[in-house]
Design a protein around this ligand. Structure first.
Ligand SMILES: NC(=O)c1ccc[n+]([C@@H]2O[C@H](COP(=O)([O-])OP(=O)(O)OC[C@H]3O[C@@H](n4cnc5c(N)ncnc54)[C@H](O)[C@@H]3O)[C@@H](O)[C@H]2O)c1
Ligand SMILES: [Zn+2]
Length: 333
C-alpha cells in the first residue's frame, strides 16, 4: 500500500514511516521540515503528492501550546486550513482512506466520579486551591473527593486552548469529508507519546524531557504539585503500530471513528521522574509543590476500543521505554 505520510519527518511521523516500511508498505513523506514546498496548505503540492496514493496518514500539525494567543492564526492555518486543503485534494483524487493524528487534548480534564453524584465534570482548578496544596479537583456539587478514571471516546469534548481547538476541528473536518465522499476516517487520539526523537517542548511528554535534561546536568528532577498527577505515557513505536493497524483495517465508510491511543496503564508524574532518575543513577527527584495554571490534574485513557476493534496492543513496557528514553539524546533541532 502506498501511503502519504504528512508530517513524516516529525517525531511520530518518522516512526510511522519506519513501521510502514518494515511491514512492506510504501510510505511517501510530505513534510515542510525536509521540503519547503511540501506544505499541506498548498493545493498544488498536495495534489502532486497524492498521485498513486491509496491512503493518507495525516500527522502534520503545529504542536505545542504557543507563546501567546497571537499564535492562534498560525495554529488554525497549519492544522485546520491545512487539513481542509488536504481533504479537498483527497476528494478530488478519489483517495478514500484517512488516518488522522488526533489528541487526548480534545477532552480537557480526565474522567471523575463522585461517590454520591456519579460522573461529574469539575472545571479548571482555582488558584486558591492550588496555592493551598489542594491539587485534586473536588465534586462541583458537594465538594467531596473524586475518583479519577480512564476517559472513553464518548466523553464530552472540552478543548481548553487554541491547539486543542484545532485538533478537534481537524476531526470535525475529517468527519464531514467522510460523510460527503463515503471515505473512511480514523482519528487516533494519542495520549502522552514519548520515545526516541521526542521534541523537547511538547505539551505531552515534555515533562519527561525536562526531567532527563535535569539529570543530564547532574540535577534532581523537579516534580510539580505532589507528583501524583496521573498520565498515560504511550511509546512512539506503539503509536506507529496503531497507525499501521488503522491504515490496514476496514473502518466504517462515511464516518469518522475515534480511538483513544494510550498504554492503558496510568503512571504518575512522580513515578516517571523516579524511573528516569533510576535509569540515570540519580539524583532522586524532589517534589516541589509548584504548579502551573491550566495544567490538567489527571488524564488517562481507556484504549480498549482500539484493542478490540483493530487488534492493537502496546508492546513497550513503561520501565523499558523510560530506560531507553533516559539513555537516548533529544532531537537535535
Ligand atoms: N507528541 C504527542 O505526544 C502527541 C500527542 C497527541 C497528538 N499529537 C499529534 O501527532 C502529530 C505529530 O506530532 P509530533 O509530536 O510528531 O510533532 P512534530 O512537530 O515532531 O511533527 C509534526 C511535523 O509536521 C510538520 N508540519 C507542520 N506544519 C506542516 C505543514 N503546514 N505542512 C507540512 N508539514 C507540516 C512539521 O515539519 C513536523 O515535522 C501532530 O498532529 C500532533 O498534533 C502528538
Ligand atoms: Zn458529589
Amino acid at each position: 500500500m502506498r501511503v502519504l505520510v504528512t508530517g513524516g519527518a516529525g517525531f511520530i511521523g518518522s516512526h510511522v514511516v519506519e513501521a510502514l516500511r518494515a511491514r512492506g508498505h510504501e510510505p511517501v513523506v510530505f513534510d515542510v521540515r525536509t521540503d519547503p514546498t511540501a506544505d499541506v496548505r498548498s493545493p498544488d503540492a498536495v495534489r502532486g503528492a497524492l498521485s498513486g496514493v491509496d491512503s493518507v496518514c495525516h500527522q502534520a500539525a503545529m504542536v505545542g501550546l504557543g507563546a501567546s494567543f497571537a499564535d492562534a492564526p498560525e495554529y488554525v492555518s497549519r492544522n485546520d486550513l491545512g487539513t481542509a486543503v488536504l481533504l479537498a485534494a483527497m476528494a478530488e483524487a478519489g483517495v478514500r482512506r484517512l488516518v488522522l493524528a488526533g489528541s487526548m487534548v480534545v477532552y480537557g480534564e480526565g474522567r471523575y466520579a463522585c461517590a454520591r453524584h456519579g460522573v461529574v465534570r469539575p472545571g479548571p482548578r482555582a488558584v486558591t486551591d492550588l496555592a493551598a496544596g489542594r491539587f485534586d479537583p473536588a465534586c462541583p456539587v458537594c465538594g467531596a473527593d473524586l475518583e479519577p478514571g480512564p476517559v472513553g471516546e464518548d466523553a464530552p469534548v472540552d478543548p481548553r486552548n487554541v491547539y486543542a481547538t484545532t485538533k478537534l476541528a481537524q476531526e470535525h473536518l475529517a468527519a464531514a469529508w467522510a460523510r460527503s465522499t463515503g471515505g473512511s476516517a480514523v482519528s487516533l487520539r494519542y495520549h502522552n507519546v514519548y520515545g526516541p526523537g521526542m521534541p523537547r517542548d511538547t505539551p505531552y511528554a515534555g515533562v519527561a524531557s525536562f526531567f532527563r535534561s535535569a539529570l543530564a546536568r547532574g540535577e534532581a528532577p523537579r516534580v510539580f504539585e505532589d507528583g501524583r498527577q496521573r498520565r498515560d505515557f504511550v511509546h512512539v513505536r506503539d503509536v506507529a503500530a496503531a497507525n499501521v493497524a488503522a491504515l490496514t483495517a476496514e473502518p466504517a465508510a462515511g464516518a469518522l471513528t475515534a480511538y483513544n491511543t494510550g498504554s492503558g496503564t496510568p503512571h504518575t508524574v512522580g513515578e516517571t521522574a523516579r524511573a528516569l532518575a533510576a535509569a540515570y543513577g540519580g539524583p532522586d527527584p524532589v517534589v516541589t509543590g509548584e504548579y502551573r495554571l491550566g495544567d490538567v490534574r489527571h488524564i488517562t485513557a481507556d484504549s480498549s476500543r482500539l484493542r478490540a476493534e483493530l487488534g492493537w496492543k502496546p508492546e513497550v513496557a513503561f520501565e523499558d521505554g523510560m530506560r531507553e528514553f533516559a539513555s537516548a539524546g533529544p532531537r537535535g533541532d
